[in-house]
Design a binder for this molecule. Structure first.
Ligand SMILES: [Mn+2]
Length: 357
């Protein structure tokens, strides 16, 4: 057997026998963090540690809600009234640091484990740390743990966990397109236990009415500049933010489009979602080049084929927004279009088709 880190984890968990722990998800829960949390909970139970999975950010996207619902995952969302007294330690999955709310609430109590596949800052402190950057999903690491602990079984719980982990891996690696050997092996192992019908049900969730409306709106308002597509969907409620990447995914299916940017106005911020299949376009460079204002007035996050950013409107515009969005939207659209056009105008790869929509 390969050097199994889980042996070390086991030794540590034995010292926490009978305790109650928190499993903290960072940011909005996604299939990888949710399934890793379930697997972690399963391991804790083996060592007589009772646990609760908690998250601080909203559970969005139909697929994630389906994951929770169909797998019966018990989640609590952080609130100020939540009592942390009974939790003697906490663990982080699919991230290297817990959200600040949890850090503040847990105070001096120990972080028992950190298991992740992202870049991590130096100087992390936890009793057990397993961070593997080359792995496609944290669920892949937990698959290895559960396999080495012999915890998979062909019973209902085993099936659910295997299904959840498979969904986590597939989702974080874009159906394995961005996965590597260890991810393939994990999926192949999980396939012995996973319920593929359940997996299909989770992945093919129907869209909510609002998401559908946003996608249709983006389709109607799209502007095409060669192989680049821009679509503004107007005002969105914060709860409908996830419709933006879904609209961008949808518009990417249009023939001849290699890069799509969809944006909406949420509160006093422009929220944008970018998708690209062009090897000439790097989301980070694209966004900062096309929208240099993001650096000072917004936030950015992404990877090689997708990215997102938000940009604050000035105080005057946000004031206008609260009274009349039809005064703000044309200004936002004019800004977005001129920046986008300015960028695309400099690109050779934009000139491959005509500019009609
Ligand atoms: Mn992940």
């Amino acid at each position: 057997m390969v050097d199994s880190r889980v042996k070390e984890l086991e030794e540590i968990l034995k010292k926490h026998d009978g305790e109650k722990h928190l499993i903290a998800l960072r940011g909005a829960p996604d299939p990888d963090s949710l399934s890793s949390a379930l697997a972690h909970q399963f391991i804790l139970a083996k060592y007589n540690i009772h646990s609760q999975i908690a998250h601080a950010c909203r559970l969005g996207h139909e697929e994630n809600r389906a994951h929770v619902k169909l797998l019966g995952t018990e989640l609590v969302r952080y609130s100020k009234d939540m009592s942390f007294e009974s939790y003697l330690g906490y663990s982080v999955v699919d991230a290297s640091r817990p959200d600040d709310d949890f850090v503040e609430s847990m105070g001096e109590k120990p972080i028992v484990s950190i298991v992740d596949h992202h870049d991590a800052p130096e100087g992390l402190e936890a009793e057990f740390i397993d961070i593997r950057r080359g792995v496609g999903a944290t669920a892949t690491i937990y698959t290895e743990y559960l396999r080495d602990l012999n915890l998979f079984a062909n019973d209902e719980r085993g099936r659910k966990i295997a299904t959840a982990l498979m969904h986590g891996i597939m989702s974080d690696t874009d159906d394995l397109l961005n996965g590597n050997q260890v991810d393939y092996e994990a999926v192949s192992y999980l396939s012995k236990f996973a319920d593929l019908n359940l997996l299909k049900q989770i992945s093919k969730q129907s869209l909510t009415e609002q998401t559908m409306d946003t996608i249709v709106g983006a389709y109607e308002k799209k502007k095409i500049y060669g192989s680049y597509l821009l679509a503004g969907v107007g005002v969105l409620k914060p709860g409908d933010r996830d419709a933006l990447p879904q609209a961008a995914d949808f518009l990417m299916q249009r023939e001849g489009v290699h890069t799509a940017l969809v944006y909406g106005l949420i509160g006093s911020e422009i929220d944008c979602s970018l998708r690209t299949v062009s090897d000439q376009v790097n989301p980070h460079d694209f966004l900062l080049d096309a929208f240099p204002d993001v650096e000072t007035h917004g936030r950015y996050g992404g990877r090689f084929d997708k990215g997102g950013f938000t940009m604050r409107l000035g105080p005057v515009l946000s004031y206008l927004n609260s009274i009349k969005s039809d005064l703000v939207i044309p200004a936002v659209n004019a800004y977005m279009e001129s920046r986008f056009e300015g960028y695309v105008g400099k690109r050779k790869d934009a000139l491959t088709s005509n500019g009609s929509g």
